[in-house]
Structures are given as C-alpha cells and as structure tokens.
Ligand binder design. Sequence first.
Ligand SMILES: [Fe+2]
Length: 368
Amino acid sequence: MKSKNVLINKTVPGMILAKDVIDFSGQILVSKGTTLTDKIISKLQFHSIKSLMICVNKNGELIKENTQSATSEQTLHESHLSKIRKTEEFLTFQKDFNCCVENFQSYMEEVITTNEPLDTTNLLRSIHDVLDNSRNAIHLFDMINSMRNYDDNTYTHCVNVSLICHVFGQWIHLPQSEIGILTLCGLFHDIGKLEIPQSIIMKPDKLTEDEYQTIKQHTLIGYDLLKDRAIDDRIKYASLMHHERKDGSGYPNQLTGDEIEDFSKIVAIVDVYDALTSKRVYRDPLSPFEVLLVFEKDGYTKYDPSYLIVFFEQMFQTYVTNTVRLSDGSEGKIIMLNKHALAEPVVQVGNTFIDLSKNKSLFIQAII
Ligand SMILES: [Fe+2]
C-alpha cells in the first residue's frame, strides 16, 4: 500500500500507520497497520516523534478509518467512573456541585451587569460545601471526573479549577487564608470568557485564526472586569496571566519566568489539567495518566518546575495500588513510581513486574 509522510501534529485518529514507529533505542513504539487514536498520538508526541508514514489510497489521499472501535479503551476508564456515579456520595457531591455552579453563574451575571461589589466570602462558602463531600484529593478528582458527561461550560470549568486549586494549596502547605485566595484565583481565572460569543467558546471545529485571536482576549477582558474591585491583586493577575508560559510562548503579554505571578503559575497547570480531562465534542476526556504524559513532554519549559513536580508527585502518589490497563490489553497494579519518569511506573501483571520506564513499547491506557 502507498504511504505518505505526515507531521505528527497533522495526524488525526483513524489514520493508519504504514510503517513501524521506532524510538531512538530501536524499540518499536507502535507497529505498522495500527489505527491511530488520540492516546497513541499523545504517546508518540511524548517520545518526540516528529512525523509518521501514513497509508494513502491509490489517488494519494490519506485513508481514515472509523475510530469508533479505537475509543473502546475509553470504555474501561468510563466503567471506573460509572461505578462512582452510582454511589450515594456522588449524588450528594453532584447536588452541591450543581448548586455551586448555578450560584456562581447567577451571581457573576449580576455582578458584571450591575457592577456590584464581589462577595467572595459567599462564593468561597459554596466551594467549601462541595469540598466537604470529598474525603481526600483522589476522591475529589474521581468525583470531578465523574461529572464530565453532565455539563462543560465556562462556569463548570471555573468551579473545577477552583476546587483543584484548593487542593493544590493544601499540597504546598499554604496557610488557610492563602488557600482561600488561590481558590478564588481558580474561580475567576476565565471570567473574561463570559464576554466572548458562545458560538466561539462552544465551537466544536478547529477555530479560525480570527476566532483564536478573539478567544485570547478573554485574559484582558477578565482583568478589566476585576481590576477595580476590592479583591486581592493575585485574583486579578490570575485572570490576566493564566495563559502566560515560562518560556514566553503564552499570551497576552508573552511574560517569562518570574514575571508571571506565583498563583497564576498554579492556575495555569490546573487549567490545562482540567481542560484535557474534560469531554470535548471532538475528543473523549484523557485519563489523568495521559494528561500527565502530555505535561511530561514539554511541561518543564512551559510551567514552573517546582509546582509541576508537586502536581506530578501528588497525582501519581494517589494512583499507587490502582489497577491499570496497559496498551497491550493486560491488567496490573501500579506498585512503585519512578522518580524520574512518573508517567512510567512499575506495574505488576500477574507474577511479572514491568518497569514502564524501561519497556517503552507499553504504556498505561486507563485506570480501571
Ligand atoms: Fe483561559
């Protein structure tokens, strides 16, 4: 069959590999004939593969298979979440979570139109009501991930980021008052999106350059909405700076390193984590492990390493002893983390111990 060289960032699920993909040490990462999925593409990007040989038909057009079957791996992650959705705890969490989102939504609509002062104490109370339903960080993440199929608007995203920021504040041992501010940084970070047309925010297809430029304005709009309010400056900066990146590749001001305010650096990590673990019209949510692979790929150039390491270690620690499904279909338990390759832990399958940092042909597809 004919083939064509395609840059990795131009590949999409459904394309068929015409040649084995081999890493620098000569190991096969993915075999020829494999139908690409989001996860396989993420994995290959993680291994810094720049382009792939893809099958084309006799007219030279790229062949694309229906990817319905390729998403079956998602089913296992879903089964873990569907068990949680049936618990009493989840139903209570869902009720308080929805209440918090509605409260935040109606409150913000009023604040924006009337210029009323912000009652942050009331907003924090409703965030705490949700947090009171979760026993620990992993439980909270499971609950948030179980909500994914229900709603996914700007308000929901802000509440998610706010809840995770709260946990992050505990991880880095901030005093309670500072945790409150970081929580509010998360809650207000995307507030500027409320003034961007919904048709652009919810657009399922790739954005045009003009639309992307419009979306980027939400940082400046958010700062403008908050700048004259009697709230901590770090909350205002978070709305302005959460898309800035350490290497200057972010927006709106291409700030670098410590020009970015500390709490904005944390919100940036949490924001990306939440976006990737959310369901989108064009893709299924990534499992937390897949997200961490994405972060490991270029995270250290874009995000503050000290916060990224905290995030990695805490997230992975919570997954030790979890059962996972590997890319060859086998199931095992994570028994030990690799300090220098957190996304590639040691997994016990039956009586065999597989060190994923040494066996590059396997990777974790789902937590089950
Ligand atoms: Fe944003």
